[in-house]
Write a protein that binds this ligand. Structure first.
Ligand SMILES: Nc1nc2c(ncn2[C@@H]2O[C@H](COP(=O)(O)OP(=O)(O)OP(=O)(O)O)[C@@H](O)[C@H]2O)c(=O)[nH]1
Length: 386
């Protein structure tokens, strides 16, 4: 096979991969946030420019070596920036105007530098070094950007970081070693760059897909565990997380308490002022409760007008004081319905769960304490030792 045929074979195969990669990004479910969804657009452009960078080298066979070399430098640098932009958008951010101007200036500079080195027939090693440094710059930015976002948080970030680091090491270490130890002929060069392109494209697509899947799963999980009316956690969260939190508390020899809060005479709010007013009362009470929570507490709407607070590292006395505080806060904020103030109160059942008991036992005990508070006249806190 002549080197021309090899080249055509190589760019056709890369073109095919680019097409598959683009179709793949179209098939992925996209996040609803505008900037995050835009990242798929830049991921497609990344694949196209990677391909265009390699394809431009074939212009050499059409007697256009200058256009080919300049095009190669331009598209390869641009593809590294598109990887950077894809990552910026994956985190849901917009591009700052300074960033865009920097990218345009860098692209212009690489075009001028590669034109100069070729026109003045400067050492080809110098041209290669300029190109490698040029591609390395956006990759370093990408690496720093992921780090600044709080580091590697999910498998998608991990694969993206691996793409960036492998590309950087190929450029900063691999390329100089390759030039020093081999006297590459065109065939060797073609095969090495081809393999590098394939690996980069595949890992990039994988990283991108894993990253998207991870954010969708996190969003779904968040929705599954969230009560849409009050934005508290819901029953699913309780059944999933409560046994885990209790097991953690037992392992670390820590106390854990459960506080149940049930709004008093809630039905009468619905009956007198309508369901919308009832919903607003629920939202207001959820807000009041949430402002009193510590970071480790979880506020759960168990259903209807009943809320539950899981309180790790909290014994019975502390939980009782906490519930009293919550009771006062609810009482102190009547519901304001276009001028009419509706008084709100709630009854509380509090229990500390002992290490030999399970969470459902605690739930039952807290529930019966709350019913005792109701029968004792409502708007009060009753504690039990479960
Ligand atoms: N507006 C509204 N009402 C709800 C919702 N979920 C349950 N309810 C109503 O909450 C009311 C609960 O009534 P009850 O269980 O009798 O309790 P209560 O009136 O608070 O009486 P006590 O608990 O004994 O003080 C019912 O009328 C339900 O229809 C909701 O999401 N929004």
């Amino acid at each position: 096979m002549s080197s021309f045929q090899l080249h055509i074979f190589q760019i056709s195969l890369l073109g095919l991969m680019t097409l598959v990669g683009m179709l793949f990004t179209f098939m992925l479910p996209m996040p609803s946030q505008k900037h995050k969804a835009r990242s798929a657009y830049y991921a497609r452009l990344f694949l196209i420019t990677m391909w265009a960078g390699q394809a431009s080298l074939s212009l050499h066979y059409l007697q256009l070596p200058l256009v080919g070399i300049v095009g190669h430098a331009f598209f390869i640098t641009l593809s590294a920036y598109l990887l950077f932009i894809t990552v910026v958008k994956r985190y849901g951010h917009a591009l700052r105007i300074q960033m865009l101007s920097g990218i345009v200036a860098h692209l212009l500079a690489i075009v001028i530098l590669s034109l100069t080195t070729h026109l003045f027939k400067l050492n080809s090693m110098l041209g290669d070094a300029i190109l490698l440094a040029s591609v390395a710059t956006p990759l370093v930015f990408t690496f720093r950007y992921i780090q600044l976002q709080g580091g590697v948080k999910n498998p998608g970030d991990r694969v993206l970081i691996a793409v960036v680091l492998s590309a950087l090491s190929a450029i900063l270490v691999g390329a100089p070693l390759y030039w020093m130890w081999f006297t590459p002929n065109e065939l060797q060069q073609t095969l090495v760059s081809f393999s590098l392109y394939i690996v980069m494209m595949l890992t990039f697509m994988l990283g991108f897909a894993v990253s998207i899947m991870h954010s969708l799963v996190s969003r779904l999980k968040y929705k599954i565990y969230q009560d849409p009316l009050t934005n508290c956690k819901n029953r699913h969260f309780f059944y999933e997380m409560a046994p885990k939190l209790l097991a953690h508390a037992k392992r670390n020899n820590e106390q854990m308490s459960v506080v149940i809060c049930d709004i008093d005479h809630f039905k009468s709010i619905n009956d007198k002022f309508g369901h919308m007013a009832g919903d607003r009362a629920l939202q207001q009470i959820a807000k009041t409760l949430s402002t009193e929570l510590r970071d480790e507490d979880s506020l759960i709407r168990m259903g209807g007008e009943e809320f539950l607070i899981l309180s790790p590292k909290c014994d019975l006395d502390q939980a009782e004081a906490f519930a009293e505080r919550l009771r006062h806060s609810i009482e102190a904020q009547p519901l304001d319905l276009s001028g009419a103030n509706i008084s709100l109160t709630a009854s509380f059942g509090v229990v500390e769960i002992h290490s030999d008991k399970d969470i459902y036992h605690g739930l039952k005990a807290a529930d019966s304490a709350m019913y005792k508070a109701k029968s004792a006249g409502r708007n009060q806190v009753i504690t039990v030792n479960a």
